[in-house]
Design a protein around this ligand. Structure first.
Ligand code: BES
Ligand code: ZN
Ligand code: ZN
Length: 496
């Protein structure tokens, strides 16, 4: 799908469908200025049809109208934005996604769509719309013989040519945000069969090869053994696939102010290990590398986005399998910083590989570390499927991330690192144990990770719920991988 942006008088548009947005007002159908103007030209025809169809402009409500002879476009699609005072960027993103979805059951090839909304900046509205369109257009087609039909072109229209520069900036940025997000979706949707740790390494190498500003180091098991990465090696022990620690570095063109480390959990399949998961829980565990995929997704567009900070992307790639070589419950392992943990449950493997990755990240002396991990079912119990849990040792960092998430349109909420729960993961025969009691499982997982960052400002994003949708979440996040996290990280990196 090609996306264009241009000034238009609407009446002479020749695309298959002309899309206009409408606010929901008290009682009657009332429309935004552009729709009113067009309606007047059509002698009130739109108002009349809207009444007949009881279309009032509720958020995501749509109405098709066919007005032959009077317009060059064959059809008009009106989409509701809800009440004007409640219409934010997410409303706009969702409405744009709804437009794209409405085209899916039709033979439409070209759509022209007037910029939605009025209340926020043109650049931000254009960004939100294009993000909604690109993310809604996604389908995971790798294993489908019958490929889906896609729109050929989506034209974003502006009534006022003076808005063109700002809108273009929004569109360009949205294209990168969407590209990074869709890259993650493809990786996460790929089944474990075709997504071994080596595949994540290949993707990282590929990104580095195509970007002069990105350098990469890959540590194999031999090197990891020398480094004392007992967490990564312990988890990967039961698998036939070797594990890796990957470290990418992005250096900005202009001298960097800050150094940020992103750390991802890359369990390419989480069977639980000897603490085997019941099959219903195991079925979606190809998603357990979503944190690492997020890091790759960010790096895939970093040069184009060009943040002013130095970014380190670090992830551990392993497969968690049961076998005669697998780690046993009760085994005690030693991490890169010499701390030890008793592995009481081999299914709590994410914190074990992240422990080593976080020690490695801390040694890069970053100003902040942000880790992303599909870490606990408990986080999904706490916040539901659509909200990421944020835990941090530095309030300024969690606040920055929460505000980046809010403006990126990703749902995140802070959970506490309760000091009084720390003793719940103290080991009997080792420094730590890898599980606490059933209650507060997301927090004890966070507290476990905190042991490996020293005093470095650090935030942990538990994306276990939002990373992979077991049902459709909304108009642009359908069943399957969502790529949740990428847009927030990009917003955050651009805030420097
Ligand atoms: N990968 C899972 C967490 C998960 C659950 C991700 C649901 C996505 C959706 C993780 O490795 C795990 O198994 N965690 C255990 C921890 C427990 C054994 C302390 C869990 O949440 O049950
Ligand atoms: Zn697990
Ligand atoms: Zn896991």
């Amino acid at each position: 799908m090609e996306i264009h942006i241009r000034k238009s008088d609407l009446v002479s548009e020749t695309s298959d469908v002309l899309v206009l947005s409408v606010y929901q007002e008290k009682q009657t159908f009332a429309s935004s200025a552009a729709v009113e103007k067009l309606d007047a030209r059509l002698g009130g025809l739109l108002t009349q049809i809207a009444k007949e169809e009881s279309f009032v402009g509720k958020a995501n409500q749509t109405m098709w109208a066919r007005i032959p002879d009077q317009l060059a476009s064959k059809r008009i699609l009106l989409v509701g934005l809800g009440k004007k005072e409640e219409c934010d960027l997410e409303t706009i993103r969702l409405a744009a996604a709804t437009v794209l979805n409405s085209m899916k059951q039709t033979t439409t090839q070209s759509v022209s769509c007037l910029l939605f909304g009025e209340t926020s900046e043109v650049r931000e509205r254009a960004h939100a719309m294009i993000e909604g369109v690109r993310l809604a257009d996604y389908g995971f087609g790798r294993y489908k013989k019958q490929k889906k039909m896609h729109l050929k072109s989506f034209d974003l229209l502006l009534e006022d040519g003076r808005d063109l520069v700002a809108a273009k900036k929004g569109v360009e940025q949205a294209e990168q945000f969407a590209k990074g997000t869709l890259f993650v979706r493809d990786l996460v949707n790929t089944p474990g069969l075709h997504m071994a740790p080596q595949h994540l390494v290949d993707e990282a190498n590929n990104i580095a090869k195509n970007n002069k500003q990105i350098k990469i180091k890959v540590y194999n098991e031999e090197k990891l053994a020398k480094m004392g990465a007992g967490g990564i090696l312990g988890v990967s022990q039961g698998s036939d696939h070797p594990s890796f620690l990957v470290h990418m570095t992005y250096t900005p063109v202009t001298k960097s102010k800050k150094r940020i480390a992103l750390v991802g959990k890359g369990v390419t399949f989480d069977s639980g290990g000897l603490s085997l998961k019941p099959s219903a829980y195991m079925a979606t565990m190809k998603c357990d590398m979503a944190g690492a995929a997020d890091v790759l997704g960010v790096f895939s567009v970093l040069s184009a986005i060009a943040p002013k900070v130095e970014v380190h992307g670090i992830f551990a790639a392993v497969e968690n399998m049961p076998s005669g070589k697998a780690m046993r419950p009760g085994d005690i392992i030693e991490f890169m910083n010499k701390k030890t943990a008793e592995v009481l449950d081999t299914d709590a493997e994410g914190r074990l590989i992240l422990a080593d990755a976080l020690v490695y990240a801390t040694r890069q002396k970053p100003d902040a570390i942000i880790d992303l991990a599909t870490l606990t079912g408990a986080c999904v119990v706490a916040l539901g499927e659509e909200i990421t849990g944020v835990m941090s040792n530095t309030p300024a960092l969690s606040n920055a991330l929460l505000s980046a998430a809010a403006s990126a349109g990703e749902k995140m909420w802070e959970l506490p690192l309760e000091k009084n729960y720390r003793k719940q993961i103290s080991g009997d025969f080792s420094d730590l144990k890898n599980i606490g009691p059933r209650y507060g499982g997301a927090l004890t997982a966070g507290l476990f990770l905190e042991e490996f960052v020293d005093k470095t400002p650090w935030a942990h994003l538990d994306i276990a719920g939002p990373a992979f949708a077991e049902r459709d979440y909304n108009a642009y996040e359908k069943k399957g991988a969502t790529g949740h996290g990428v847009r927030t990280l990009l917003k955050y990196l651009l805030s420097f």
